[in-house]
Design a protein around this ligand. Sequence first.
Ligand SMILES: [Zn+2]
Ligand SMILES: [Zn+2]
Length: 381
Amino acid sequence: AGLGQFLAEIENRGAKDLYGHGSTASWFAEMAGLSRGEAGAVVKRALALNPTLALDGTEVPPVAPRTAAVAAQGLVGDERIDQILDILKRLPADTTAEDRAVAEKILGELAPNAGPRQLVEAEAKLLGWLDPDGNEPKDPEPKEPRREITLDRRKDGFWKLTGLLDDETGARTAAALEAHAQPRPVDEFGQADLRMKCERMGDAWAELLDLAIACPDQPGTSGYRTLVHVTIGLEELKSGLGTACLDFVGTMTAREARLAACDCLMVPVVMGTSGEPLDMGRLRRFVTPGQRRALNIRDGGCAFPGCHRKPKNCHAHHIEHWADGGPTDLRNLVLLCGFHHRLIHHGDWEVQMAADGLPEFIPPQYRDPLRKPRRNTLHHR
Ligand SMILES: [Zn+2]
Ligand SMILES: [Zn+2]
């Protein structure tokens, strides 16, 4: 305590100037043969435990008088004193002088019989007492997550997606994509899934979008699963030839628009030959939740033979497109995953409703010369 008082006095009187040192600590370091850091800690302790002088010469009581008292009796070591001073420094900036004094008294009285752990717990309790509505005490500063996505449409109609994700979001993205990016099992014709990893990830991305858009809480869709309008002429929609106009974006082929419009993945706006919007019975072509539930139960997943996809990954495909007059009812609907939906629209397979009311698929001739209808037997065993 004697040394501390001495150091505090030197600090107060500015005696350090006499010896050409910039601070009490550097003067003391040289005097005592200590490192600058060691000397700094001693001086810091000295200043906190001893009265100091304000600029006008009045005495300022020590920051930690109670701690100073137990320290003077030799009841606490330097480490514990430093811990208390650090805790006092971390008290919220708006803590009143009275509350600071109470906090210091509690810590000082605790110190002779406390280890570092008890002081940490005491700090948590003090913070809870000083700021009951504040953050959980001792919570590390929550880090602002860093995630950025940039999406640019190129002249060729492809989109360039780049981004940077924080560790957690990146891991969740990878897990979500991986779950949808598994290779398809080899089908009955021995056809393996030939997609590259990056292509499977791309398809998985499209499936995740379907899931997100199908979520009834999706903002701005009033419960419909649709976000994007595609404007297309009735002729183009029926024939799949020509182009369609996509909201804010540009054009897409009528073929793609026909697929997107099938399960109303996009809201189709169909135009007559003179450019007037046609009322195609907007609600009639939407599959109702009740119909969708019935479809999920009937097909149990993608109805394409050999496909494992679950209902939540499926579109409701109109066997006869609604643009061609096909009704939106169970006899004309079949569940297809994104991949097989595309295959049915763009490939050579055909789907029809069998006499028993279940969908069956007819392979192209080059697959099966007899074109024997096939069914998916995986979902209902
Ligand atoms: Zn379809
Ligand atoms: Zn499928």
